[in-house]
Write a protein that binds this ligand. Sequence first.
Ligand code: PRP
Length: 209
Amino acid sequence: MLSIAVSKGRLLDSFIEILEKSQYPCAVLQEETRKLVVESPQAGLRFILAKPADVPTYVEYGAADLGVVGKDTLAESQKNVAELVDLKYGRCTMIVAVPEALGIKDVAQLDFNSRVASKYPHIATEFFHNRGIQVEVIPLHGSIELGPLIGLSEAIVDITETGRTLVENGLMIIDEIMESTSRLVANRVSLKVKRTEINRLVQAIEGVL
Ligand code: PRP
């Protein structure tokens, strides 16, 4: 049996749809339950219901053979896992944004030691370091757009999908860092030990995509 770490939430339905079309029945994932591990014996899959940011950790340590996680979260985690398939859903862009009222058009215009709030502190730090811009990155866990609104930070690094949260909070994009979609990732040892089962699943999913 293969174990897959997935996270509950709006993107899980997209993965369920792909699995079902790939002939891996997983109705068990749609059942109303508080269980954290559920199995689909017909599909030969065991699902581990984890928080998104923890998925790369379960996979790196081999507690799960596979995982489904956004490229943004994967990059931020800095975990050593193998990226197998771009699942193409959950598309979003990681951006740098500032209040429109600041009148800034470029990250280079940020003041020395500007504060930047982010749920992606590693990515944000690396981005500004590579540009040679000295900032202070302030890690937050969510609702990042609040940062500039209440004077915590001058800028944010966050993901945007429709752009609505930025607009409604008076923020404008001044740079784009990366595009992100959901990815199927694997533990590097599982990839060798369970190669046949993993290859079969990957091929079925790629066929559907
Ligand atoms: C994400 C992101 C933005 C919002 C962007 O937050 O951090 O806040 O979605 O979406 P939009 O461009 O379509 O408006 P999420 O809903 O994951 O919650 P969080 O703020 O608690 O991280």
